[in-house]
Ligand binder design. Structure first.
Ligand code: PLP
Length: 413
């Protein structure tokens, strides 16, 4: 049996892991200086936000782009612009960031969770359809970890059932289906510019959409319901100030010039990893839908715990000992981990909106079994454009070694 490094054997890799590259440089500095020289940092008066939105529209192929202060703000704005309100249900993914749910709950609607495909990690038309009720108004699909969801059947389902479709692309900059950017399939696509995403402006968000009315509604929803185009301030509804500043837009403008290079590098590394993993029994790469192009914000592989007789945590400890960074799991399913969902206490001294729900939502263990299993058995490996094939090949060698060890041990028992 191959002696693992964790048992005192030789390590697959002794070379230290490469640090992240420098993300910001002279391009960002030049844009920032120009922004300051305008003598205004207000997005509506300066040029950087306008230019950045035009650039985003070109890069992703959207008709309209609305800028805002974060990915969460983009999602809240899009949810509001869909007309989501009290009494509505919004179907979404149980594996996500708090930002996906924030707008639903703030607007007084109820988040309903559809299960994921066990290999693709994303919700599907079939799992969404099971959750549709007469109260459903919208669906928020999360393209998780840079892997595009099988979006075309979801678009057809939403059209057929007259549901609004929002795509949460915070983790999936540049991911595509049949050459088209995710985010441009539904009514609204939401992107994050927070510091941990493919590109960063420190913080920031973008809503992409089509059609003048959706565009106008998205603007109103992120800027206090002030209509900057007409100057009208009738305040038809309550809306927060989620404005971006010219400083964020300046950095985002420069970062958008780099996004295709960053996502292409991550795509190549991730695909190399998937090709190698397919040859290793007991370990599964993520399934990408037909025509899909993944940009791997991080990389989730799954351990077949029955076949290997080992859990993800032990597997990761063995990987780490071989000199490869990886950790078990990602987040927990949000319906189990968010206290405000479990206790139905989103707002202080009130159980609204859950108390007003016609049908009380069920947030118990077992409602999305695939999501629970995937999160229990996944190994989370960081992919980055600063890495080379060498890191991928070393990771593959370590996975192959560790998996072979546990397969043999299982057989020997
Ligand atoms: C990061 C993230 C968000 C929120 O973005 P912020 O800019 O941090 O508000 C929303 N959804 C997903 C899936 C994310 O990963």
């Amino acid at each position: 049996m191959t002696k693992l490094a964790i048992d005192g054997g030789p390590k697959v890799r002794t070379k230290p892991w490469p640090p992240r590259n420098k993300r910001f440089g002279k391009e960002e500095l030049r844009e920032l200086k120009e922004a300051l020289d305008q003598n205004t940092l207000f997005y509506h008066h300066g040029q950087k936000t306008k230019k950045m939105c035009a650039k985003m529209a070109r890069v992703c192929g959207a008709e309209f782009v609305v800028p805002c202060s974060s990915g969460s703000a983009a999602l809240h704005g899009a949810t509001k612009a869909c007309g989501v309100g009290p009494g509505d249900e919004v179907i979404t993914c149980p594996i996500t960031d708090a930002g996906t749910l924030l707008g639903i709950v703030y607007e007084g609607a109820i988040p309903i969770f559809a299960d994921i495909d066990p290999l693709a990690y994303n919700i599907t038309a079939a799992t969404i359809e099971k959750r549709i009720t007469p109260r459903t108004r919208a669906v928020i699909v999360v393209h998780l970890a840079g892997c595009p969801a099988d979006i075309k059947p979801i678009v057809r389902l939403c059209k057929r059932r007259k549901l609004k479709l929002i795509e949460d692309c915070a983790q999936s900059w540049g991911a595509k289906v049949d050459g088209q950017w995710v985010g441009t399939f539904g009514d609204f696509g939401c992107f994050s510019l927070n510091d941990f995403k493919h590109i960063s402006a420190g913080d920031g968000g973008l809503i992409v959409t089509h059609g003048k009315e959706q565009y106008r509604m998205a603007w109103l929803s992120i800027d206090k319901c002030y209509d900057r185009m007409t100057g009208e301030r009738g305040l038809d509804f309550v809306a927060p100030n989620y404005r971006i500043t010219e400083l964020q837009s300046a950095v985002a403008l420069a970062q958008l010039g780099k996004v295709n290079k960053i996502t292409a590098a991550r795509h190549k590394l991730g695909e190399r990893l998937s090709r190698g993993l397919r040859k290793i029994p007991g370990v599964n790469p993520p399934k990408i839908p037909m025509g899909g192009y993944a940009t791997y914000w991080f990389y989730l592989m799954q351990i077949d715990t029955k076949r290997l007789g080992v859990d993800a945590k032990t597997f990761c400890q063995a990987m780490n000992a071989e000199g490869i960074p990886a950790h078990a799991g990602y987040v927990d399913p949000v319906y189990l981990s968010y206290k405000y969902l479990r206790r139905k206490t989103a707002f202080h001294h009130s159980r609204w909106p859950f108390s007003a729900a016609k049908v009380k939502p069920n947030y118990k263990k077992g409602i999305c079994p695939n999501a629970e299993t995937v999160l229990r058995n996944c190994v989370n490996f960081g992919v980055g454009e600063w890495m080379s094939n060498r890191e991928i090949d070393d990771a593959l060698a370590a996975v192959a070694k560790v998996a072979a060890h546990y397969r043999e041990r299982k057989r020997g028992r």
